[in-house]
Every structure is written in C-alpha cells, then in structure tokens.
Design a protein around this ligand. Sequence first.
Ligand SMILES: C[S@@+](CC[C@H](N)C(=O)[O-])C[C@H]1O[C@@H](n2cnc3c(N)ncnc32)[C@H](O)[C@@H]1O
Length: 460
Amino acid sequence: MKQLIEITAGKPIYGGKCLSEYEGRKVMLERALPGEKVLAYVKNKKSGYIEAVAKEILEKSVHRKESDCRYYPTCGGCKLRDVEYDYQAWIKEEVVKDCIRRIGKVTDCGMLPIIKCELHNNYRNKTEFTFSKLRYYTEEEKGLEEEGFTLGFHAPKFFSKAIDIERCHLQPDLTNRIYHALREKLKASGLEPYDVVKHTGFLRYLILRKTNAGEIMINLITKAKRFNDIKKVADEMCEEFPMIASFVNTINSGLASTAFGEESILIRGSETVIDTIGGLKFELSCNTFFQVNPEQVTKLYDKIIEFSEFNGSETVLDLYCGVGTISLYISHKVKKVVGFELVDNAVENARRNAELNGIKNCVFFTGDMMKLAKEGELFKEKYDIIITDPPRDGMHPKVVEALIGSGVPKIVYVSCNPSTFGRDVQLLEEGGYKLLKVQPVDMFPHTFHVETIGLLVKNN
Ligand SMILES: C[S@@+](CC[C@H](N)C(=O)[O-])C[C@H]1O[C@@H](n2cnc3c(N)ncnc32)[C@H](O)[C@@H]1O
C-alpha cells in the first residue's frame, strides 16, 4: 500500500513537476499545478527528497480547464493539456529561470519573456508510434477484449504496452488519417507486433513525417527484412495516399528499444523528402533530426541571429548541426560556417542542402562531438562565434572543456532541456564565460518541453 500525503504544490521545476515540502523534506510532485492542494502517493523516497504523484486534487488551480483529449493524461505525450495556454507558457518561463538559478548558479542574467506559440494543436511535423501485442486500456476502454495488435503511443510505466489512439491532437489531420490506414493494413497483413519482453515478433515502430508542402515520409521500423510483405502494404498505402513521397523500412534487429536501426531500405518513392524553413529547402533522410514545429522554428533561428549580432565577417562553428538548418539559415549573414554532426546521413543531407540552396560558404563534417573534442579536432580553425545545439543530454564535459579552452568570444547555446542547459552554463561560467541573455521559446504546447537560447560571452 502506497503512503498518501496531503501536500501543497510549490514552484514549477523541470520535468512537469512542482517543488514542494512535506514534514521538512523536499518533494518533487508530479501532476499538480503551483498552489494546488493535493492528495499524493509517495512514489519513491530518496536520500535528499521524496518523489510523489498527485492522485486527487483537493483545491484546484484557477488555471485548470477541461481537457479535450480522451487519452489525456494516460498517453503521457501531453502533460499540460488541462491547463490554460498562457499559464503553460508562464510555467515554462519559471522552469527555465529555476534551472539557470538553481542548477546554473546564475542570478543576474537578462531573461526575456517566453516567445509563445500561436498554434496550440496540429503543430507536430513528426510523430513516433509503437507496435505492441499488449494493448493498454484507458478507463473508458476497459472491458474491450481486443488484444493482439496495437499501434499507438507507448504506455507510461508499462514498457511492453501501447495505447491505441483514435487521433492525436498534436499532429495534423493528414498524419492521423495515414496512421489509421496503415494500422488497419498492417493488422490485416498478419505481420506480428514485436514483443519487447520475449524479443519475438516483427513490427517495432512507425515514424510519420509531414513536410510543409504536405508530402509524407513513412519509416517502418522492423526486427528483420521482409521486403515483399512490406512492399505490398506500401503499394496499397501509396495508392490511397498519393502524397506519400517516401516509404522506408529501417531494420533494428537488436535488443535496444529504439526507432534507430542498422540499415534503412527504400520500399517506395525516394529516400529523402524536401522540407522548408524560411524559404530554404532541406533534404531529409529517415533518421535525421529536424525541428518538429515548423511554425516556431523561424522565430527560434531569428533569435539566434539577433543574439549573435553578426557583422558579416565571422567564421562560425555550428556544433550538433543536424542537416545544416542553422548553418544555412545564418549563412548569408556571415563569412563562413563549419558544422559538425554525428549522423552520417544528416551530414550528407547538410552538404546536399547547401547545394540545393546555392550556398557556398558552409562546410560539414561527421564526428562524435566528445571524440572530436578529446582529439582536438574541433578548433583547427579560428572561430568568432560558436553556435551549439546539443540533444537533451546537453554537452559532454569534454566538449564544454574544449569550448572553454578555445577562447572563442561568443557562444550561442540552443537547448531543448533547461536542466542540462543550467548544468553546462555553470561549467561555462566557471570557465570564464558570462551568461548575458536568455530567450525561452515554446515549440511544444501542452507538453512541459521548452526550447531555450542563451548568449554567453567570454570575460575579458
Ligand atoms: C537538437 S538536434 C539539433 C540539430 C540542428 N541544429 C537543428 O536545429 O536542426 C541535435 C543534433 O545532435 C546530433 N548529435 C547527437 N549526439 C551527438 C554527438 N555525440 N556528436 C555529434 N552530434 C550529435 C543529433 O544527431 C542531432 O542532429
């Protein structure tokens, strides 16, 4: 029997939680809004704090509203769907402030108001679904006896189950329709979902990507190759949805539960699709990163330009450059950009994207940032500005060390995780940089995720 505690939620912190207190101990409280009095169950007792989850709201925040999604909060994709949008934005701003102060130990940086997102739904251009033999039933669905084939979202806390969904409000209508049709065709094909416990079965993940022009890329991740079976389904899908420009099958024969694999086979259409940002064209492969909210991405990149204050003579280092989006977006403002990125295909895309857009002052190289940093490969040229946009884990300490050692006068740090941003900022500040300005940007309404741009300059 889990211990229940009555508690009032404190300030918002990273991870969709509130920092609270119970009998003198810190509590990381999930599923509550600041100021709400709740009955919570104790999930974990750690040495310095307690983890708890609100079970019942005793005094509701005035910022709560009705959720319009029948899978909320079970599916776990949205964490703030029953919260007024302006309050969601305020929470994100407070979380960024908290990470900078508490983790980064910076108390006096210029924090700008968050850039809100006008489109609260249908904003995602990419969605990942999970196949499972085990269906997770929401309260409403209990009693349905329809085991055997599920394609939907991974059920939180049940790593082997998936929630079958009618539609996801975060993705456009077209993607919802394609998801439905593909699920029915795969179900009818007799191909088996993968079982993550026994490591048997075939169908593992599905990734749908929609470009601004309305083209669709389908990436079906399976345990093994079965070209003819998949081709049959792909042919039917392409007939029904002529906007499918690429149907790829990625093979992941390993045990790791990941939508990446050792090989990607083209089933129909072309290997890549073309998307756009601010008038530039970007060729994308199935396994390359691309910002998921096309509405907000130009606002994010324009802020990078504003923070950088380019004068046209700069040589810029673009770390974690993906398919070269930031490099190419800023290219007309600077003398030269050098980009580094781990994924081979992304670097190939980046080079091709420079060509596609007739841009000649950007070069791209493949490499693992930590290895490049350790081996002294990052600073063979002299740079005026570094733009760094790492994944959620932030930068490896060796990469931060290399940045500090380089003495480059200005760093523009783009982050999708305020807590690792805070951690890296602290190291950079200890290494002689000063965090001058911070801009949070909401790219992901209804979730707790937030993008942050920080401007750091080298102390004289
Ligand atoms: C947040 S994305 C940024 C991409 C790009 N700047 C953009 O805006 O589209 C992070 C990128 O870092 C790359 N990456 C992840 N780990 C890496 C590593 N160890 N070394 C180099 N690049 C890495 C990923 O492949 C991804 O393209």
